[in-house]
Design a protein around this ligand. Structure first.
Ligand SMILES: Cc1ncc(COP(=O)(O)O)c(C=O)c1O
Length: 460
C-alpha cells in the first residue's frame, strides 16, 4: 500500500550525531495549568528546594521545581554519553502495515538499542552526572523489573559513583540475569523488603513472606540515602526532572518527522510512571498547548494497574512506606499492590504529576489493555518487524495496531507514531507463560480499588 510519498521514506531514519538535541524541553513551561507541587507529608506545606535537599541532588531539585524555563542545556559530558547510543532510530513499520493491510502509516521510535535495553538510560546518565558534579559518593534507588536499575548501574559506573539498588524481591528471585548485569556494572543489589533499613524491617514484620513492591523498595532506597553521608536518592520515572531528560526522545522524533515532511496524527506510549510517554510527547504537546498543531495523544496502561483510567486525581504518597512527599496525581492509592503482571515497569500505583494534569485538562487520552492482548500484539510485531519488544513497550504496540485496524475499517490514512521503549530478552518467562496458555488477565474490582482509595491521605 505504498504511496508516492512513501517512496521517499526509508525504513529507518537516523539523525546525524550533530543533530542530537542540545537542550531538553520542559513542557511545564507551556502548560497553563501547572502540575501541582509536591507537599510535605506531615505538614502538607509545599516542599521547597531546601526541604528536598537531603533526598535529591541539588541541580535535579532545580529542574524538578522549575515550571517556567522551557529549555535546559544538556551538559557536554551527557551529550558525549548519549552519542554512544543516540540518536535512536525512527522506524517506519512497513512490514507491520503490510501484515495488517492498513492504510495507516505507522512509525516507532526505538529506544532499546543500548545494553540496558530501554529508554531509562536517558535519565540515568543525567542523574548520575549531577550527583558526580555535586561531589557525592553514590546514589540509591529502587528497581522493579530491573530496567531502571540496569540503566543506573551503567551510568554510575561511567561516572565512577557507588550505586545501591533495592530490587523488588520477586524480581530479584525471578530475574537473576538482570541482577547480574547490574552487578557487572558494579552496583550492589539488595532484595526488598530487606533487614537493611528500618522501614524494610517494619514491612517484613507486618507482612512476613511478602515478595515486595515498587512502593516498598522506594521507601528503603530513600531511607538508605538520607541516612548515609554523601548519598542521594534517584528515581527513574514519575518526577518532572525525569520527564525533562526523556524529552530527548520526543525532540529526536519530531526532528526526524520534520525532516521527512511527515505530520503525526496519533502519538501513543505506554505509561508506568509516565517518563517515556512524557518524553515522547513533550514537543508535540508543546505545540498543542501553544495552539500551533493538534495531535491525539494516547497513554496505554495495564488493565491490572489502571491509574489514569480508573484512579483518582488526588494527593497521595509516592511510596508504600509513606516517607516520600505527597504528589497530586492519578493514583490507585499508595497501598495498592497490583496483581503480578508481566510488565513490571507498569506496576506503579501513581502517575507523573505533569501527565496527570495534562490528562485532567483533556489534552490526552488513556486506555487500559489486558496482558494477553498485549502479548498477542508483541508476538505479531516481533514476527514481522524483527524486534523482540519488552512487555511494557508492547502495550503501545497493542494500541497502535488497534488504531491501525480502525483505519482499515474507515479507509483513513492516519499517521501513527508510537514509542518502542525497550527489548524483552529478560522477559522470556512471561513469553513462555503466554505461549503455554498460562497467562491470566487480572482486572481489579471496584471494591478492591475503593478499599485502597479509602487510605488516601486526608487533605483539608
Ligand atoms: C521498557 C520499559 N518501558 C516502559 C516503562 C515504563 O516506565 P515509564 O512510564 O516511566 O516510561 C518501563 C519501566 O520500567 C520499561 O522498562
Amino acid at each position: 500500500m505504498k504511496t508516492e510519498q512513501d517512496k521517499n521514506i526509508p525504513y529507518k531514519t537516523y539523525l546525524d550525531e550533530s543533530e542530537l538535541p542540545k537542550s531538553w524541553y520542559n513542557v511545564r513551561a507551556d502548560m497553563k495549568n501547572k502540575p501541582a507541587p509536591l507537599l510535605n507529608p506531615a505538614t502538607h506545606e509545599v516542599m521547597k528546594a531546601e526541604d528536598l535537599a537531603p533526598v535529591f541532588c541539588d541541580e535535579l531539585i532545580k529542574q524538578e521545581l522549575d515550571n517556567d524555563t522551557a529549555y535546559f542545556d544538556i551538559p557536554s559530558e551527557i551529550l558525549d554519553f548519549y552519542k554512544m547510543y543516540r540518536p535512536s532510530p525512527l522506524i517506519r513499520a512497513y512490514f507491520l502495515e503490510e501484515k495488517l493491510q492498513t492504510p495507516a502509516k505507522i512509525y516507532y521510535k526505538f529506544e532499546g538499542n543500548n545494553t540496558s535495553g530501554s529508554h531509562k538510560l536517558n535519565s540515568a546518565i543525567a542523574q548520575a552526572y549531577y550527583a558526580k558534579k555535586q561531589g557525592l559518593k553514590g546514589v540509591t534507588t529502587e528497581t522493579g523489573a530491573g530496567q531502571w536499575g540496569t540503566a543506573l548501574s551503567m551510568a554510575c559506573s561511567y561516572f565512577d559513583l557507588d550505586c545501591k539498588v533495592y530490587m523488588v524481591k520477586v524480581s530479584y528471585e525471578q530475574k537473576p540475569f538482570r541482577r547480574e548485569v547490574m552487578r557487572t556494572y558494579g552496583a550492589s543489589v539488595t532484595p526488598s523488603p530487606s533487614m537493611e533499613t528500618e522501614i524494610g524491617k517494619k514491612i517484613l514484620a507486618a507482612h512476613p513472606g511478602t515478595t515486595g513492591s515498587l512502593g516498598c523498595a522506594i521507601s528503603e532506597a530513600v531511607e538508605k540515602a538520607t541516612s548515609t553521608p554523601g548519598y542521594r536518592y534517584v528515581l527513574g520515572s514519575v518526577l518532572n526532572q525525569v520527564l525533562l531528560h526523556q524529552s530527548v526522545i520526543g525532540l529526536e522524533t519530531k526532528a526526524a518527522l520534520d525532516k521527512l515532511g511527515v505530520k503525526a496524527d496519533i502519538i501513543i506510549g505506554c505509561a508506568g510512571g509516565g517518563s517515556n510517554l512524557g518524553g515522547l510527547i513533550s514537543p508535540f504537546m508543546g505545540e498543542k498547548l501553544r495552539g500551533e498543531a493538534d495531535y491525539r495523544i494516547i497513554a496505554v496502561e495495564p488493565a491490572s494497574c489502571p491509574s489514569l483510567t480508573r484512579g483518582k486525581y488526588a494527593y497521595d504518597f509516592c511510596d508504600t512506606g509513606m516517607v516520600c512527599p505527597l504528589a497530586k496525581m492519578y493514583t490507585l492509592g499508595h497501598d495498592y499492590i497490583p496483581a503480578p503482571n508481566h510488565a513490571g515497569g507498569l506496576r506503579y500505583h501513581g502517575m507523573s504529576s505533569t501527565l496527570s494534569q495534562l490528562y485532567d485538562d483533556g489534552l490526552m487520552e488513556a486506555v487500559s489493555v489486558p496482558q494477553t492482548k498485549v502479548f498477542e500484539a508483541a508476538e505479531e510485531f516481533a514476527r514481522v518487524e524483527g524486534i523482540l519488544p519488552a512487555p511494557e513497550s508492547s502495550h503501545a504496540i497493542r494500541v497502535a495496531i488497534d488504531e491501525a485496524l480502525k483505519c482499515k475499517e474507515t479507509g483513513e490514512e492516519k499517521t501513527i507514531v508510537f514509542g518502542l521503549t525497550g527489548t524483552g530478552y529478560f522477559d522470556m518467562v512471561a513469553y513462555e507463560k503466554f505461549h503455554d496458555g498460562l497467562m491470566e488477565d487480572y482486572i481489579p474490582t471496584d471494591a478492591e480499588l475503593n478499599e485502597s482509595f479509602a487510605k488516601l491521605p486526608k487533605m483539608d
